[in-house]
Design a protein around this ligand. Structure first.
Ligand code: 76R
Length: 248
């Protein structure tokens, strides 16, 4: 059997995407609207507290285009916590006006393709811990999409030997590094958990950098030959202080 890559696995991840039912929302009385908005703000503020304590993290963005209006990304140590949060969110008044458009279940993942052998427990390594239990930035823009590594005819990622995959991932990593400081990348693994094999969640203060990075990667063999992609969702940061204005 071919050698599987080893993964280090961090926080559980849940991406929730919704469309807003604007027509119904418009019919709300001022007071109902106030309650609904302050309840949602409370939920987001609780996410912020957990994030500040580094017991999890989150992102809340306004999605561009008709595929969704909102994306809520939550990271937690256990899937039970994510279930509880999802339930809590579903019970908020705003949820009566949200139509689920997509969701994604995965786990923050680091593979060993480029890892150096050190002998120490990687879960105790400070750099690794920062990657597995990350502080999600509040960049101006988000880009999220799920993807697979192709398994088709001669283009089967899983039939390549470890050395070849290492070489290809090295090239991939080099392109990525060219965007250091411009794009923050979070890879979540979802084999056996959801429709695709990975979720890619990117953050930047310049939307154009997503296009440049992903375009450049398309020419790299890992993406050109072995990448299959789901839908792309991009959006603009929705800070808690803008929630009220957003729904009115
Ligand atoms: O972990 C590391 O930072 C080491 C290098 C690295 C790995 C192992 C790395 C770097 N990635 C890795 C793994 Mn990546 N990445 C994507 C996409 O759109 C596309 O063509 C692909 C979507 C982007 C945009 C991206 C960005 N990467 C992976 C994996 C798991 C593969 C496996 O295990 O088989 C996937 C699916 C994937 C996809 N990658 C980087 C980036 C960027 C910006 C970097 C540099 C990060 C940095 O140096 O901080």
């Amino acid at each position: 059997m071919n050698e599987a890559a080893q993964t280090l696995d961090g926080w559980y991840s849940l991406h929730l995407l919704y469309n807003v039912d604007w027509a119904s929302l418009r019919l709300l009385e001022e007071e109902e609207m106030n309650t609904l908005v302050s309840e949602l703000k409370g939920f987001i503020e609780r996410q912020e507290e957990v994030h500040q304590k580094n017991e999890g993290s989150y992102a809340f963005y306004n999605v561009t285009g008709q595929k969704a209006d909102l994306i809520l990304w939550m990271l937690r140590p256990t899937v039970e916590e994510l279930n509880t949060l999802e339930l809590e969110f579903n019970k908020l008044a705003i949820s009566d006006f949200l139509i689920p458009s997509y969701s994604y279940v995965s786990i923050i993942e680091l593979s060993n393709y480029l890892a150096k052998e050190s002998g120490e427990d990687p879960y105790q390594n400070e750099y690794v811990r920062k990657r597995l239990y990350p502080t999600v930035p509040k960049s101006r823009y988000i880009c999220f999409y799920p993807m697979d590594k192709r398994r088709q005819g001669d283009d089967n990622w899983y039939m390549l030997d470890m050395e070849k995959r290492r070489e290809l991932m090295r090239s991939h990593g080099m392109i990525g590094r060219g965007y250091a400081g411009k794009v923050r990348q979070f890879i979540t693994g979802s084999v056996g958990l959801d429709e695709y094999e990975w979720g890619v969640t990117l953050f930047s203060d310049d939307m154009l950098q997503f296009k440049k990075l992903i375009y450049e990667m398309r020419f790299d063999e890992v993406s050109a030959r072995y990448g299959d992609f789901g839908d792309f969702y991009v959006g603009v940061h929705l800070p808690v202080e803008n929630i009220s204005a957003f729904f009115r």
